[in-house]
Design a protein around this ligand. Structure first.
Ligand SMILES: Nc1ncnc2c1ncn2[C@@H]1O[C@H](COP(=O)(O)OP(=O)(O)OP(=O)(O)O)[C@@H](O)[C@H]1O
Ligand SMILES: [Mg+2]
Length: 273
């Protein structure tokens, strides 16, 4: 975290739902993907990004010069301006991370792996930015970084503090929670400390949760229910998305649906269309 001596931006982008689109309309997808490639090539060239890899319908570029956040914003705006109706619409999810320069033509694989996970935790149309990227590259004009909290990813040792880059010209600025364990505030702090014992309870709750929709931990005040529940969340998060909704501040049961919906990024009271 913090300032890097020679920051390098790690930029990952990927098409949401591309497999289904290829299945449905391979011909139009071929044309759309060629257009997408031209669009991303042009923006990387403009902003100093050097492509390292194109895997499937995704792309990975590094930025030793220029600003990957600016590039990300302009890429989403260019996506919005283009007509993708031939393939039922097309949305990019973008992840931006940063690391120290490790030499000519070299990529820091640890940073790259994290960057890829950051990208794949996001949703179509979203730009997910790590604090390292935010600390070392300027936020584009009129853009804002919306805090997403501290996230844990399977296989990644450190928790990553992430934000969503939003801008008034972007069509979509509200997204569901990231596909990761998302713990912020007091929960993240509690989870950052070690857990003592509780291994038997931990495996019991994890296994019960795989068979039941609701598991309740009951015990005396302060005996470790919340700590255990958070640990369960961190374990289960390797196989499914996990959200933490603190109910401590609720005045009564009537507020429960709202608290759960807001944690899941759902809006209540609007008809589904
Ligand atoms: N197994 C554990 N290892 C490390 N710290 C723990 C453990 N269990 C509890 N703690 C710590 O003890 C404190 C109280 O635990 P916690 O908040 O989980 O209890 P609780 O049962 O949820 O309490 P309440 O009934 O007030 O909600 C916290 O600071 C928590 O981090
Ligand atoms: Mg508690």
């Amino acid at each position: 975290m913090g300032s890097l001596e020679s920051p390098v931006g790690y930029f990952f982008a990927d098409v949401e739902g591309s497999t289904e689109r290829w299945e449905k309309a391979p011909g139009p997808m071929q044309i759309a993907m060629a257009r997408l490639e031209a669009l991303t090539d042009e923006l990387f060239a403009q902003h100093g990004g050097v492509i390292q890899d194109r895997a499937g319908d995704g792309v990975f570029a590094i930025f030793k010069l220029g600003n990957p956040l600016q590039c990300a914003l302009e890429m989403q705006l260019a996506m919005q301006r283009s007509d993708w109706s031939s393939v039922g619409g097309l949305d990019l999810r973008i992840g931006v991370h940063a690391g120290e320069d490790v030499g000519d033509n070299q990529v820091d694989r640890v940073v790259a792996n994290r960057g890829a996970r950051i990208m794949s935790s996001g949703w179509g149309g979203q730009i997910v930015v790590s604090d390292d990227a935010a600390d070392n590259f300027g936020t584009p004009e009129h853009a804002q970084l919306r805090d997403l909290g501290v996230c844990r990813f399977k296989g990644i040792k450190d928790a990553l503090h992430l934000a969503s880059l939003v801008h008034p010209a972007l069509r979509r600025t509200e997204f569901p929670p990231l596909r990761s364990t998302l713990f912020d505030g007091a929960a993240a702090e509690m989870l950052a400390g070690p857990i003592f014992g509780r291994q038997a309870e931990l495996s019991e709750v994890v296994s019960t949760l795989s068979q039941r929709r609701l598991v309740t931990l009951v015990g005396l005040g302060g005996n470790g229910k919340t700590r255990l529940a958070l640990q369960v969340g961190a374990e289960v998060a390797s196989s499914k998305p996990v959200c933490f909704a603190s109910l401590e501040a609720l005045a009564g049961p009537a507020e429960l649906p709202v608290a759960l919906a807001s944690c899941l990024g759902l809006q209540l009271g609007r008809p589904f269309r």
